[in-house]
Design a protein. Structure first.
Length: 94
């Protein structure tokens, strides 16, 4: 059981991590099991070309044409609880 001191520490750590991720030059996102954006940092907002607040709730394929929808088997794997999924997007040649 968490004490109020534990909750305070967790709140501070969460705030610190969010600040670090938001200031990163690499895009980070948190999505639900369907691929809808719950949170992203400014770097990913820059890649998406929209303010991050406008990206929330939208799917990555809707924001990044060419990104496939999350297939049903992947949704099943992602649904039970928190998981890490890394998606890398790179510019291809000039």
């Amino acid at each position: 059981m968490l004490t109020s001191g534990d909750r305070t520490i967790m709140t501070r750590v969460t705030s610190y991590c969010r600040t670090v991720l938001d200031r990163a030059d690499v895009g980070y996102a948190v999505t639900d099991a369907r691929g809808n954006l719950l949170w992203c940092n400014r770097a990913l907002g820059g890649v998406l070309g929209v303010p991050v607040e406008q990206a929330y709730g939208r799917s990555l394929p809707a924001l990044l044409p060419g990104v496939p929808e999350v297939p049903a088997p992947a949704r099943e794997v992602l649904a039970p609880g928190p998981k890490w999924l890394e998606v890398r997007c790179s510019k291809l040649g000039d």
